[in-house]
Ligand binder design. Structure first.
Ligand code: AP5
Ligand code: MG
Length: 213
């Protein structure tokens, strides 16, 4: 089963992916997390991606496709996965279709996570993520039990370097110009279900109702 989470920066894709991967026992495939891993290890891919990510621009398609294809072939992805933050251009969507077809799989659903823009900006400024396990927090809406410390693994929380006002604006502009057209691409294939709201538990419930228990 391949579930695709589509939505603007800060819509809550990662938060919902955490809930869905636990529920369906599927791996979470986030191109943003994969790129940040490469950045932290200083790999060639990380070096290529850095200046784009730091300024809120999309990383070139060929770089992202390379890491995605590698991930897709890992053993834990053979039963399916929850895809978060990919595809973000129509070219990526076309390449994904090819990769999936080559592996005799298919996309089960595309969920359009629809959250008002003013909510998004507030959320991103207050986000914190675990430096070790990647768990997502928010100092306003979902604080950890102990300040600055991950509830799950006890590692320190960090502020993502692209969660700064000017970079957030650039990420939202990239979303509007390059990523929103991907929705039309999937709408034509009749795969899109829009999930509107600001309550993750409620949105998770709506997704499970559509996908099945
Ligand atoms: P990526 O890491 O994918 O970031 P993004 O798409 O900008 O999305 P975010 O991770 O910021 O938001 P989210 O929707 O996951 O929200 P979250 O659950 O964390 O990409 C980063 C960069 O990598 C890109 O800018 C680009 O450079 C590059 N990149 C990645 N993929 C690429 C691709 N395919 N092609 C090219 N470049 C690519 O929630 C946000 C906050 O809100 C958290 O604090 C959370 O606790 C809080 N929150 C969530 N839900 C709720 C709720 N219901 N109520 C209150 N607070 C909530
Ligand atoms: Mg995310």
């Amino acid at each position: 089963m391949i579930l695709l989470l589509f939505g603007a920066p800060g819509a809550g894709k990662g938060t919902l992916a955490e809930m869905l991967t636990k529920h369906y026992k599927l791996p979470h495939v986030s191109t943003g997390d994969l790129l940040r891993y490469h950045l932290s290890k200083g790999t060639e891919i990380g070096k290529k991606a850095k200046e784009y990510m730091d300024t809120g621009l999309l990383v070139p398609d060929d770089v992202v496709l390379e890491i995605l294809e590698e991930k897709m072939d890992e053993k834990d992805c053979h039963r399916g996965y929850v895809l978060d933050g990919f595809p973000r251009t129509v070219e990526q969507a076309e390449a994904l279709d090819e990769m999936i077809e080559e592996r005799s799989a298919k996309i089960s659903h595309v969920f359009n996570i629809d959250v008002p823009r003013d909510v998004i900006v507030k959320r991103l400024c207050a986000r914190r993520v675990c430096s070790k396990c990647g768990a997502i927090y928010n100092v306003e809406f979902k604080p950890p039990k102990k300040e600055g410390t991950c509830d799950v693994c006890g590692a320190p929380l960090m502020h993502r370097s692209d969660d700064k006002d000017d970079v957030i604006r650039k990420r939202l502009a990239e979303y509007e110009s390059k990523t929103r057209p991907v929705l039309d691409y999937y709408q034509k294939k009749n795969l899109v279900r829009t999930v509107k709201g600001t309550d993750s538990a409620e949105m998770f419930g709506k997704i499970v109702d559509i996908v099945g228990k």
